[in-house]
Ligand binder design. Structure first.
Ligand code: 5AD
Ligand code: SF4
Length: 455
């Protein structure tokens, strides 16, 4: 979602005449997008700001966006006074206004709001306490906010993110997202379909429908869903997007409780709905799941993955797991290990629990020691690596369809891309293949990727 936010901000700014550069050294304005899901997010931000000031001096304007901006608000000006502006997660459509204001403050045309209030003096320049501006916008999203991304600002020419739902109403007890991104709001299906059609015209071959939990998709209007069957608005949306004819559709992330069999049916019915589901389980212990308020049990989760695994489409399954949640015992952890062995995940993102101030779990204390968290993390990674090796072995000799995305970072003779089941696949090839979809026969299995040759 952060990558997608950055793409939209870049689109907006470029349309106003700004030039976008990824090279901080040549930038007049540096925008830092922040994530606060885990770890010392604020600290990372302050280090970044310090580094920019040290290398490039006072000149560049520094703006902060993303979850840290939303959660910390104007306290950021106290902790890092050289930040010029703060843009909340729903204010990303107004970065240009922030920049204009900051430039006016910095050149003295507009008084720095705080200093002006303090001194009430039109000759404000002589009273300025700081050479940096202070501008904050953590307001709501505009009703007519434009969710589209210009071709030049997409991280990939051939793969595009399409947000379908923002925010989260689930309030899992460890998670900061409902606070940083607010309540769930679904985009109208007609708008999503329109975006996908535009992307297709621009040469995009794969779209990722994204949201904190995509299967909670619940738009306020039927527009765009008419005529598409399904037991939930999300499975109807999948069918509506599939009907655009775009070659590949992936979606992430799914919330296990609301993951209905109809989603698997939609995947089975449509060739362009890819055979990959990301279904974060978080823990293998019912007791911990309850404390996490995940609203699923291991039994109900297993039923869902059994349906996924029994699909004729050979659907890849990935997950997220947290180790060391407050109160997690050795016995709870063993259940997570068992679940990982049972589920046979194609890959798993494993995290050490990180207390987030403001969440209910924060109040439970951080009861599992850092050493214990690390040891559980290492063990689970090892178990998952074995499971993964076994899962990947079955691709040996098989042919998979790969979207050629870029030259491989390891060898210029190789091209790298993703299969429909979202595996990284490298194969011998040339640059002119980039953007095409190729059948690749797998000849070698690596620890996190596959290697093959074009058939
Ligand atoms: N500590 C550790 N991991 C977390 N996640 C979310 N919040 C926390 C936290 N406080 C993980 C979950 C989620 C993924 C995006 O990040 O596993 O699915
Ligand atoms: Fe966080 Fe839970 Fe919402 Fe996912 S579903 S974003 S883990 S609160």
């Amino acid at each position: 979602m952060n990558v997608s936010d950055s793409e939209r901000v870049a689109t907006d700014l470029a349309s106003q005449g700004y030039q976008i550069t990824s090279d901080a050294a040549s930038a007049d304005i540096v925008l830092i997008n922040t994530c606060s899901v885990r770890e010392k997010a604020e600290q990372k931000l302050f280090t970044q700001v310090g580094r920019i000031r040290q290398r490039f001096g006072d000149e560049p304007v520094i703006g902060v966006m993303g979850c840290v901006a939303q959660l910390e608000g104007d306290t950021l000006f106290k902790s890092a006074p050289s930040i010029d502006f703060v843009i909340g997660t729903k204010a990303v459509g107004r970065v240009d206004e922030a920049i204009s204001n900051v430039i006016k403050q910095r050149t003295g045309i507009l008084p720095n709001a705080r200093d002006a209030a303090r001194h009430a003096d039109p000759m404000f320049e002589s009273h300025r306490s700081s050479k940096f501006a202070k501008y904050i916008d953590v307001g709501e999203r505009e009703i007519d906010y434009d969710w589209s991304v210009a071709e030049e600002q997409r991280s990939s020419k051939f793969v595009a993110f399409v947000p379908i739902i923002e925010g989260c109403n689930k309030f899992c007890t460890y998670c900061i997202v409902p606070f940083s991104r607010g309540r769930e709001r679904s985009l109208p299906a007609a708008e999503i379909v329109r975006q996908v059609l535009t992307l297709m015209r621009e040469g995009v071959r794969e779209v990722h429908l994204i949201g904190q939990n995509v299967n909670s998709y619940r738009p306020t209007t039927e527009a765009g869903l008419e005529g598409f069957k399904g037991s939930t608005p999300f499975s109807r949306l999948l069918r509506a997007v599939a009907a655009t004819g775009i070659e590949r559709i992936k979606f992430t992330t799914s919330f296990p409780r609301d993951f209905k069999p109809d989603i698997v049916e939609a995947i089975e019915e449509n060739d362009n709905l890819c055979n990959w589901v990301h279904l974060p389980v978080q823990s293998g212990s019912d007791r911990v799941l309850k404390a996490m308020r995940r609203l699923h049990t291991i039994d109900s989760y297993k039923k869902r993955i059994d349906r996924i695994k029994s699909s004729s489409k050979d659907i890849a399954l990935t997950t997220d797991i947290i180790v060391g949640f407050p109160g997690e015992t050795e016995a709870d952890f063993r259940k997570t290990v068992e679940l990982v062995e049972y589920s046979g995940y194609d890959s798993a993102y494993i995290f050490k629990y990180s207390p987030r101030p403001g969440t209910p779990a924060f109040e439970m204390g951080d009861t599992v020691s850092e050493e214990e968290k690390t040891s559980r993390f290492i063990e689970l990674e090892r178990v998952q690596r074995d499971v993964q090796r076994r899962r990947l072995q079955r691709y040996l000799g098989r042919t998979v369809s790969v979207l050629a995305e870029r030259e491989s970072s390891k060898s210029t003779d190789d091209i790298s891309g993703h299969s429909t089941c979202h595996k990284v696949v490298n194969f011998r090839g040339s640059r002119d293949m980039i953007g095409s979809i190729r059948n690749v026969r797998i000849t070698e299995v690596k620890s996190n990727s596959l290697y093959g040759e074009v058939c």
